[in-house]
Design a protein around this ligand. Structure first.
Ligand code: ADP
Ligand code: MG
Length: 349
């Protein structure tokens, strides 16, 4: 007989993704002096000698994070490294190694996996990380990928989600919303293809948007700029779930409020145009789209000059007192509460 039979059954959806992580990890304390930061940021932080080691893991699951109908395996390999390297950058660290673990069904041939690894190799070269191990196992269905990225930083260089202070300036390292629209284009083409395989894909000049979802880049240049100019943001996170969701993480963990200006949000012209043609508000793409892999960071106002000269940087708002909450000044002159998806429901990421 099942001993769990009379126990309460709580649906994972009821806690939300972040609530579920909090729930599962609530009994774990850090007992080793080398464990500086555990659960709760973009990467864990371990003290080793004069430096700290950063470790971050992300999983990609077929049917949830990628669809084989429109995902070239080489791009998938590349992206699986990029999303992990991005978490090391989000701590202001330098990525140095990765491990790659895969579970694959026999639908995948050696040639297909060679393609996947060609993408991994390309990303390892671009981001200067070494592939140092992993695990390979079979799966009854589809493909799952788990990548762990390891990086290093000087202890006083590490940037957490907890350090934003009232008066700090909120910045992002590049355009938002493009990956979300790229995904909408691919989904639409897939539906058209399924209904009528004779029709060829209509990817009319959408290469920027499609590349944003299939082959994103991590904000390497921003981190190099920070290090070169001795600029240490007060807090930082990478934009994986969507700007609004990441702003909630910063606000909650730094115990501050914030406001952002709609007119300052960096939205590429192609994103604007395609959003309008899809009848989606470009603002929704920028706030909730996700998978941008840009850095969202705050800086002390004394560093404003250094920030201004960053090649790609957009100043989007300010940190205020916690009791002011999270607000957006709309282009129409209104002030609205920010809402974030992913905080109420268990999302597919
Ligand atoms: P990110 O979007 O930056 O990859 P996540 O939202 O996935 O971060 O995770 C937030 C934090 O929770 C991280 O510190 C991560 O290591 C931790 N975490 C996520 N899932 C689990 C889990 N199942 N067990 C322990 N820690 C987890
Ligand atoms: Mg992250």
């Amino acid at each position: 007989m099942n001993s769990n039979q009379n126990k309460q059954r709580t649906d994972v959806n009821s806690l939300g993704e972040f609530g579920l992580i909090d729930h599962l990890t609530r009994n774990f304390a850090l007992n080793n002096v080398s464990s500086i930061k555990g659960v709760g940021d973009d990467a864990a932080v371990l003290k080793v000698g004069e430096e700290v080691i950063l470790i971050s893991t992300d999983m990609l699951v077929e049917g949830i994070h990628f669809d084989m109908a429109y995902t070239p395996l080489k791009h998938l390999g590349y992206k699986s490294i990029v999303v992990n390297v991005s978490d090391i950058y989000a701590m202001n660290g330098v990525p140095t190694q990765v491990t790659v673990s895969i579970a694959i069904s026999n639908r995948y041939s050696v040639e297909a996996l060679d393609e996947f690894y060609a993408g991994i190799l390309l990303a390892c070269e671009k981001y200067n990380v070494d592939l140092i191990g992993g695990d390979t196992t079979s799966s009854p269905k589809g493909m799952s990928i788990s990548v762990t990225a390891i990086g290093r930083a000087k202890p006083n260089q590490v940037v957490y989600r907890t350090g934003a202070k009232v008066g700090d300036i909120i910045c992002v390292s590049g355009y938002l919303g493009a990956a979300y629209l790229g995904l909408q284009i691919l989904e639409r083409e897939k539906q058209i293809y399924l209904e009528n395989p004779e029709i060829q894909p209509d990817l009319d000049n959408a290469s920027y948007l499609i590349e944003s979802i299939l082959k994103p880049e991590a904000a390497k240049d921003s981190i190099e700029y920070f290090h070169k100019h001795n600029l240490v943001p007060t807090s930082m996170i990478d934009v994986s779930d969507g700007l609004a969701s990441e702003l909630f993480h910063i606000a909650k963990q730094s115990r501050v409020g914030l406001y952002i200006e709609e007119t300052k949000l960096p939205i590429h012209q192609e994103t604007q145009l395609k959003a309008i043609s899809f009848n989606i508000d470009p603002l929704t793409c920028a706030l909730h789209g996700g998978e941008d892999y840009e850095l969202l960071f705050t800086v002390d106002p004394k560093d404003l000059e250094k920030v201004k000269y960053m090649p790609d940087v957009y100043i989007i708002g300010d940190i205020v007192e916690e009791n002011e909450g999270l607000k957006i000044h709309t282009s129409g002159g209104n002030i609205k509460d920010l809402v974030a998806q992913g905080w109420q429901h268990f999302k597919k990421d």
